[in-house]
Write a protein that binds this ligand. Structure first.
Ligand code: 16G
Ligand code: ZN
Length: 535
């Protein structure tokens, strides 16, 4: 171990060239790409160690998602495709920040503390996004893993959710799927096709207001090449018109984050009124829908809308099956109040609220038999417990039951094959939404008519130290500075349907403000006043 650790330190290409501290946050390490050489190299080493601790393949994804092209980042994928365990986030942060002189000793310390047997085999899967800095950073990580005798497999440019899938599939001995791009596309698209056939055999080919044409903004990210492959599998069922595929700067004036935050069309996209449009983010783990209505007004259908659509449909299938499963929706404080009300009161499904960050939503969703989670920004998926899967399978096989019930069970099971249960996945989520719209014979407008969003506004405030603000619960009530929450409450009380909160961002040096109220003017006003109180 000492010999390896000494050799690790010796790689001067990957020495630490600056003193900036970096933290393994909710989305892994993120920073300017030029500052990341040593971090990636060290993460490669850490992945090789982690693989031995778990006795399984570990994933390393090089991406900075929706951030500007000059940024980059990395995150580790744990064996069943989930995010890195919290304790190891701290280990990763420490390893990334130690001085070159301390590198060997830190590695030895991890090896000792975690009782790692370096003679055991290790295996690491790599994937990366379309950033120009990604191949170089990927090489750095691969070198780290290779030095520590891991067998490495580099999938090249793939979506983040695909890498999660590969890791989960391989570690499940192919039970979850075949760990190749072809395995991924064929799993999802076969399920999509089977579902359609089930629906058509029941009600005939007429699909009412549903049209199979989708305008797709890929933000010049990994979604472009992946979706083009996916589209080939389904060319008889879905027609795509792609924009921002390999023709401009990544995430620049396009993509899910741009569309959601600015509430406007991405650039370089040409659409007609009522075209159903989607935007992915740079690593294709987020999706939002939108269209332009007759008066050329931009209409957004974000993660909250997807959650409500999916929850409503699943509830419907469960009702047909006569099955009492414990189903729930998980949201954050950013969820539009109207969506929460709709899910609770109209769909009669419980809603849990958790802190921002995918891992919080994912963990909470695991508490339900069927947990549906989406952040308003378009990241989300559906999780099914073992119990749910076993019960639904039993129902499908029960020949005494009425055909309708068994058909609903077949639909649920193909639905499960279509979702990516490891993480939010723009491609899988697109297939889910298209499946439900087709099954319901809905246009994007019918979907939107389920409820009316409360007007809302988001702002950023730059302050000296954003961490002075401490939120004490998922609703983002303020614990410190003392008295600030009372000031907020007085202000919010003056607005009909008013709700507002602030939280320090985990990814930018700003405090984020969110406000909603009965009118856009009031939401704007409330946001501005709240921002002033923070200043
Ligand atoms: C990260 C999170 C995302 C969250 C966002 C909030 C993951 C994989 N991603 O991108 O879930 O919505 O941070 O950013 O956890 P903020 O803290 O800057 O508002
Ligand atoms: Zn992303």
């Amino acid at each position: 171990a000492w010999a390896l650790a000494a050799e690790a330190k010796g790689k001067t290409d990957y020495s630490r060239k600056h003193e900036k501290a970096i933290e393994y946050g909710t989305a892994g390490f993120r920073s300017k790409a030029v500052d990341l050489d040593h971090v990636l190299y060290r993460i490669g080493i850490l992945a090789a160690l982690r693989s031995r601790v778990k006795g399984a393949t570990i994933g390393v994804m090089i991406t900075a998602s929706h951030n500007p092209v000059a940024d980059n980042g990395v995150k580790i994928v744990d064996p069943s495709g989930e995010m890195l365990e919290i304790l190891w986030e701290t280990i990763a942060t420490n390893l990334a920040n130690v001085k070159d002189d301390e590198l060997s000793a830190t590695i030895i310390q991890i090896v000792d503390q975690e009782k790692i047997d370096l003679d055991k085999p290790a295996s690491v899967y790599f994937g990366r996004d379309t950033r120009p800095s990604s191949p170089h950073l990927s090489n750095a990580a691969v070198e780290g893993s290779t030095l520590f005798n891991a067998s490495v497999k580099d999938f090249g440019i793939v979506t983040t959710p695909m890498l999660h899938y590969f890791v989960a599939a391989y570690n499940s001995n192919n039970e979850y799927g075949i760990p190749t791009a072809e395995g991924y596309f064929s799993k999802l698209t076969s399920a999509f096709r089977a579902f359609r056939e089930e629906v058509i055999s029941e009600r005939g080919p007429d699909c009412g207001d549903y049209t199979p044409i989708i305008v797709a903004d890929m933000a010049n990210g990994v979604g472009g090449p992946a979706m083009e492959q996916m589209a080939k599998h389904l060319k008889d069922l879905l027609t795509f018109e792609f924009f921002n595929v390999g023709e401009g700067e990544l995430n620049h004036e396009s993509g899910a984050d741009y569309v959601k935050v600015r509430q406007t069309l991405p650039k370089r996209v040409r659409i007609k009124s009522k075209d159903r449009c989607v935007s992915f983010d740079g690593d294709a783990d987020r999706i939002v829908y939108y269209y332009q209505d007759q008066s050329v007004k931009f209409r957004l259908l974000d993660g909250d809308r997807i959650a409500s659509l999916v929850a409503g449909y699943i509830k419907n299938l469960l009702d047909i099956m006569g099955m009492e499963l414990n189903i729930g929706v998980v949201q954050t404080a950013y969820a539009n109040g109207a969506s929460t009300k709709y899910i609770k009161e109209v769909l009669q499904i419980p809603v849990a609220c958790v802190h921002t960050g995918v891992k919080h939503l994912h963990h909470k969703a695991q508490e339900f038999d069927i947990g549906i989670y989406f952040e308003a920004n378009g990241h989300g998926t559906v999780l099914f417990s073992k119990k749910a899967k076993v019960l639904i399978k039993a129902l499908r096989e029960d020949k005494r039951l009425a055909g309708g019930k068994r058909s609903a069970a077949r639909k649920m099971l193909t639905f499960i094959d279509m979702v990516n249960e490891t993480t939010g996945d723009a491609i899988a989520d697109l297939l889910i939404v298209e499946t439900i719209l087709h099954a319901r014979a809905w246009s994007v407008e019918t979907w939107e008519n389920c409820y009316t969003d409360l007007p809302n506004r988001q702002l950023k405030v730059t302050v000296k130290d954003r961490n002075i603000i401490k939120v004490i619960d998922p609703q983002c009530h303020i614990g410190e500075p003392e008295g600030l929450q009372e000031d907020f409450d007085r202000l919010i009380g003056l607005f009909a349907d008013g709700r507002a909160f602030v939280r320090p961002s985990g990814t930018e040096d700003v405090v984020r403000v969110y406000a909603e109220a009965n009118t856009q003017a009031n939401a704007d006003k409330l946001a501005v006043h709240i921002a002033k109180l923070v200043h």
